[in-house]
Ligand binder design. Structure first.
Ligand SMILES: Nc1ncnc2c1ncn2[C@@H]1O[C@H](COP(=O)(O)OP(=O)(O)O)[C@@H](O)[C@H]1O
Ligand SMILES: [Mg+2]
Length: 284
């Protein structure tokens, strides 16, 4: 690949070279070669248990690779975590949760403690004002103004997910790491949240790593894909990675990639497709 120019290589958000990781004595994956640039939207895909969340933990410096090298935003994993907005896997709020969306977003600014607002007097006043403005800005970015003051438990799944993304955005990160942000959403909401994430990615040059199960609703939006399956990885652009041959080999089961008349791709027979949809669900 290109990128011999050193100024260009400084723009890598993630660089993994022959990386491997072990957990509880067993190797989860190995031989991972993967790079993503700042401003790219990357999907991390693969079956349950393939090590997708584990890969995110490695990028955040929570777990050291057992082999190879890993760099994040030009430094060691963990060195730039204050520039990363992280949404951990699956957080559900039941209807008894009284915390409001605005409070949840604010937690992203305060370091994830429930409450303890800054006092709005004395030297703190301008900081508190700035904090409120940041929270409002993040809520605006995800279009959540209408329901941000409702208890989060009363918001729909899609609304909760937008507020959680706002929480990850509130510090104006250079990189967003979202672990299954589309889980539990219906197809229209999966598409809407993906489009929203792509807009943030494009407008602010934020690198986004998004873990997902079902590739089809994402396909039109992705710059790059990292597949993890059977302890191995496959990375590249959607054109490179999404072929019947590569996916069948990776999953060890027949997978077909269909092309619609206007050039969109649809993956059929994908073992992880929760919704088992066929070509009639093509979205583009
Ligand atoms: N602390 C641990 N010790 C041993 N194995 C673990 C530990 N945590 C997770 N695993 C295993 O690592 C694998 C990858 O898990 P995970 O990264 O959560 O997968 P994914 O996010 O792709 O579903 C799974 O097989 C899981 O059982
Ligand atoms: Mg996971």
């Amino acid at each position: 690949m290109g990128g011999a120019d050193p100024a260009e290589s400084a723009q890598w958000a993630v660089e993994m070279s022959d990386a491997a990781v072990r957990l509880g004595g067993s190797e989860i994956w190995s031989g991972v070669d993967f790079q993503a640039r700042e401003g790219e939207l990357v999907a991390v895909l693969g079956p349950n248990g393939a090590g997708k969340s584990t890969l995110l933990h490695v990028l955040l410096g929570l777990l050291a690779p057992s082999k190879g090298s890993v760099r994040v935003l030009g430094g060691a994993p963990g060195a730039h975590n204050e520039q990363i907005g992280y949404l951990p896997q699956r957080r559900v709020f039941d209807e008894t949760t009284r915390v409001r969306g605005v409070d949840l977003v604010r937690m992203g600014l305060d370091g994830s403690r429930w409450g303890v607002p800054l006092p709005a007097v004395g030297p703190w006043a301008s900081r508190a004002r700035a904090a409120r403005a940041r929270v409002q800005e993040a809520i605006g970015q995800v279009g959540a103004e209408e329901y941000a003051r409702r208890p989060i438990g009363e918001c729909s799944g899609g609304e909760q997910q937008r507020l959680l993304i706002a929480q990850a955005l509130v510090r104006r990160p250079r990189m967003l790491i979202l672990d299954e942000p589309l889980d539990g959403l219906d197809i229209p909401n999966q598409v809407a949240v993906t489009a929203l994430v792509q807009r943030i990615c494009r407008e602010q040059g934020v690198a986004v790593l998004l873990v997902a199960h079902d590739v089809n609703p994402l396909l039109p939006y992705l710059d790059r894909i990292l597949y993890l399956a059977g302890g191995k990885a496959l990375a590249g652009t959607p054109e490179q990675v999404i072929t019947g041959e590569t996916l069948s080999a990776l999953y060890g089961t027949p997978i077909e990639v269909l092309r619609t008349a206007d050039g969109r791709m649809v993956v059929v027979g994908h073992p992880e497709g929760h919704h088992a949809h066929g070509p009639r669900h093509v979205l583009g």
